[in-house]
Design a binder for this molecule. Structure first.
Ligand SMILES: Nc1ncnc2c1ncn2[C@@H]1O[C@H](COP(=O)(O)OP(=O)(O)OP(=O)(O)O)[C@@H](O)[C@H]1O
Ligand SMILES: [Mg+2]
Length: 508
């Protein structure tokens, strides 16, 4: 919903004296301004706020009787409100923590329910407005509460904010800078956007290319502070994968849609939903996610699903909901759910049964969202093991494609050696690398990560011996190297059984 529509709807609910509205918003400020504005428009004379830091305060109008109710006195504060005779709005700031962390929380939830009943049945002239960055409504009042999901500022709104800012400060910006500025500011709240623009202006007296870098690095930090998302914006040219041809071709194809999103929309082309990679550890699943962001030229958000499985009941879904909301706000984007099997390993503190119940809910939420999502968020899910992943997740139609990432073929090892040597600015002739690969027996399997480890060690050896790395160091390291396929021989069969069972496309 757009901000204007939300305002309209809120105004109508307040006019109709609906007892309770919950604003699920990226920041409080914008909602507060909207409520103040609506109170003025409707001529409502009393507005109160309640939060865990300040207790009950009068925001608009005069109330001599309002006391400094401490945070443990929420019930008394509510009793005071019950005595009001004039129409008043009461805003609960940080509602989720009021409900979850208040020592008086059980009793206060009951009092809230009673108040709602009195509003409905006895015409108590109050309206309860909850504002929170998290969505957590007590069951007692859920049915009577309207939820307003306030999105992050839209691209149009950000554009408006940039225009206002530029005008206000009498600065000029180049047309091409406008788009990059706009892109860099998505996923931030209104006040964060305003702060960023001020910081950029203060640092250079103008908005320029440097501003974009400042904003992106600040944004990375803001997102990381949330705890379970990492915003990866920097395209690392060093990220190259050898082998994996089938996957790379497939992704290159899909990238054409993301790179031409405007025309794709015009021609009613469905946006690619996502891809699911599962397979042998160290064969390039995570690497492929990073490469895809560069290829599609859109930001990558890495979701730490292990962390998402929070401690409190309901917390995990809340965290996931927030992650998705953010990914949508910076769309087109890639939501990379790395090591998705962690959502199944009883990762909650309770473990056992509770863990699996949370997993079911998390997967349910994810599946529904994937089915219904409208924003161009490409889901990049990766897993080592799909043994416990619910079959619905694997069903065709959720993802555009599921790939099994196998050991690279022997022919591709040369290319992978080359990539890792080049990454470290070392060059060996094609013949030298051939000689190294020839040392590997036909049936022996090496992962990309194995190859990288061999290169790293050989370069270190050469450095210690004060020489340049040659095929000799590589061959020497190779001789003593135990690849993953040997150390984990037993678990490998399981992978191939699963691939067969699910008929998954194999990528080598
Ligand atoms: N096909 C490849 N080409 C080049 N390098 C590779 C390839 N596969 C793996 N590597 C190297 O190995 C490292 C580890 O790979 P990556 O993290 O992508 O593996 P993964 O499949 O995600 O493993 P895990 O299942 O353990 O998470 C990469 O950073 C990369 O340097
Ligand atoms: Mg990985």
């Amino acid at each position: 919903m757009k901000t204007q529509e939300i305002r309209e709807l809120t105004l109508n609910y307040i006019k109709a004296s609906h007892p309770s509205i919950y604003f699920y918003a990226p920041e409080e400020g914008k909602v507060m301004r909207m409520i103040d504005d609506i109170a003025d428009e409707l001529g409502i004379e009393y507005v109160y706020t309640y939060d865990l830091g300040n207790g009950l305060k009068i925001r608009k109008g005069e109330d001599k009787k309002v006391k400094d109710y401490s945070i443990s006195e929420i019930s008394s504060a509510l009793s005071h409100l019950r005595g009001l005779k004039e129409k008043a709005l009461v805003i609960f700031l940080g509602a989720a923590s009021i409900f979850n962390e208040n020592p008086d929380s059980k009793a206060s939830k009951r009092v809230l329910k009673n108040i709602i009943n009195e509003i409905k049945e006895e015409g108590l002239p109050l309206m309860l407005l909850f504002v929170s960055t998290a969505l957590s409504i007590p069951e007692d009042i859920e049915r009577e509460t309207i939820v307003m999901d306030i999105p992050y500022p839209s691209r149009d709104e950000i554009q408006g904010a940039i225009q206002d800012f530029v005008k206000e400060h009498g600065i000029q910006i180049k047309e091409e800078l406008k788009t990059s500025l706009l892109n860099s500011l998505t996923g931030l709240s209104d006040s964060e956007i305003d702060n960023m623009l001020h910081i950029c202006l203060a640092s250079d007296n103008k908005l320029n290319e440097k501003s974009i870098n400042i904003i992106i690095s600040q944004k990375e930090q803001i997102i990381r502070k949330g705890g379970f998302l990492e915003f990866i914006s920097i395209k690392d040219e060093n990220n190259k994968a050898g082998a994996l041809k089938k996957l790379q071709d497939w992704l290159a194809d899909k990238s054409k849609i993301f790179k031409d999103i405007g025309r794709a929309k015009e021609e009613n082309v469905d946006m690619p939903k996502g891809v699911f990679l599962f397979g042998i550890p160290g064969c390039g699943k995570s690497l492929s996610a990073k490469i895809t962001a560069g290829l599609f030229d859109i930001p990558l958000l890495r979701l730490d699903i292990g962390k998402i499985m929070g401690m409190y009941q309901g917390q995990s879904e809340e965290n996931l909901r927030q992650a998705i909301k953010l990914a949508e706000s910076i769309s087109p984007s890639i939501l990379w759910i790395d090591e998705i099997e962690k959502a199944l390993s009883g990762a909650t503190s309770g473990g056992g049964h509770e863990g699996s119940e949370t997993s079911v809910r998390i997967f349910g939420y994810l599946l529904t969202w994937m089915q219904e999502k409208k924003e161009p968020v490409f889901v990049f899910a990766t897993a080592n093991n799909i043994q416990n992943i619910p079959p619905e997740f694997m069903r065709k139609g959720r993802f555009d494609e599921i790939f099994f990432i196998d050991f690279p073929e022997r022919d591709s090892l040369k290319e992978i050696f080359d990539i890792h040597l080049n990454k470290r600015r070392k060059e060996l002739s094609s013949q030298s690398i051939d000689k190294v690969v020839q040392q590997i027996p036909e049936q022996k399997k090496y992962t990309g990560a194995d190859v990288e480890a061999i290169v790293v060690e050989a370069i270190q050896k050469a450095f210690i011996n004060k020489s340049q790395v040659t095929e000799n160091e590589l061959i020497e390291v190779l001789k003593n190297f135990k690849p993953f396929s040997e150390t984990h021989e037993k678990s490998l069969k399981g992978y191939y059984d699963l691939v067969k069972e699910h008929g998954i496309t194999i990528v080598k």
